[in-house]
Design a protein around this ligand. Sequence first.
Ligand SMILES: Cc1ncc(COP(=O)(O)O)c(C=O)c1O
Ligand SMILES: N[C@@H](CCOP(=O)(O)O)C(=O)O
Length: 461
Amino acid sequence: MKYISTRGTAPILTFGEAMMTGLARDGGLYVPQTIPVMAREEIAALAGCSYEDIAFKVMRPYLGETFGDDEFRALIAAAYKPFGHLARAPLVQMGPNHFLLELFHGPTLAFKDFAMQLIGQMMQAALAKSGERVTIVGATSGDTGSAAMEAFRGLANVDLFILYPHGRVSEVQRRQMTTPSEANVHAFAVDGDFDDCQARVKDMFNDFAFRDGVQLAGVNSINWARVLAQVVYYFSSAVSLGAPHRAVSFTVPTGNFGDIFAGYIARQMGLPIEKLVIATNHNDILHRALTSGEYRTNGVKPSMSPSMDIQVSSNFERALFHAYGSDGRAIAQLMDEMKSGGFHISQGALESLRSTFASGRCSEEETTATITREYVRTGEILCPHSAVGVKVANEHLGATPMITLATAHPAKFPDAVLDAIGQRPDLPPRMADLFDRRERLTRVPNDLGRLQSLIRERIAS
Ligand SMILES: Cc1ncc(COP(=O)(O)O)c(C=O)c1O
Ligand SMILES: N[C@@H](CCOP(=O)(O)O)C(=O)O
């Protein structure tokens, strides 16, 4: 299995190389050259398997020679051991034909743990073999950062720097990033929004002297391995509702488009998914793009679902690459136009996107009303991101079972939940002292040079 860049001119890599490389050297994102298809019987045989077994069977064809079978099974087992639920990703019924996929039973209480725990294991194994040391720089709107801190803290051959938008993540998210005491992890509070943080990370990858000088690696969904690990729960949940004999649809609270793109990959692999519904908060560039064909930013507005406060949606590039028939030059051209605010999606590409994706938007008021209504109706306490998903899913219910992804635990966003249901959801006991732990962070301007020199200083000390 080989990996190619969405912009067509970067070196073609193996899985292991793509995982350690992050952003392609032409500025694009790595995607598999071909997507392996699972036969109907292979999908049917996943029924009743453990999450770990399904993970092995779904991901194995993508790995090539990077890890042996026994080694990969051991990495998967270690990755999911810290999860607080035996099913790892349990399904809860919300109503006729509507199910919630709880993805928040990992160590940092968000869906990011599914991929980050595994990528932590895989990178550690790869670095132990090569003897290399890497500098990981990541951008976060809250959850990727905390998951990465958890997965990489204390590792001998990794320095981790997380850039988060100052004042725009929840207090629990911030504390998850600023309270780890290990010297190899660093939280940078950037004066800007998530798009600024992500742009600075991509700038660092595009500065080859810096990139090669610090051995830069990435754990955002820039990294194909992140997306791959997220494909697994589409299979586990669909199969438990009767796939491949019965099709399902998914609604995915969406920001950087990594999670829903994993669903697209599952569909390409043969999983019978009727529709993938993009659910956005008022930062609705993806909903507007799908409705009008114009992909154009209009500035990030803070919301009560801060992890989705994103306008430059990194993985949409991967979806466009497929919609434009793998034409790297066309994608490079669109991404160039993006520098001046946006672009027009061609009619053919738009039709191709609409054949897989639907979309909807949820306002702040609707988010609160959904948390309230679903708590009263079902007893389930939704985080604001999951509430965005449920609101949009309700508009797309039909004969096909709908699975909505519950992407974070409500206790990560206590203020929004308190507003909606009059009570503060509890953090799990192992995190009960989060508010007493000492915070360690560096406030940084949104300035590439300043960020780079701070990173160089920290790794030299
Ligand atoms: C809780 C939560 N929900 C939804 C999203 C959006 O996911 P994606 O960025 O993969 O579209 C994020 C951020 O990734 C998140 O942290
Ligand atoms: N919502 C994310 C933003 C980064 O997304 P990623 O999937 O590219 O890491 C977050 O919580 O940080």
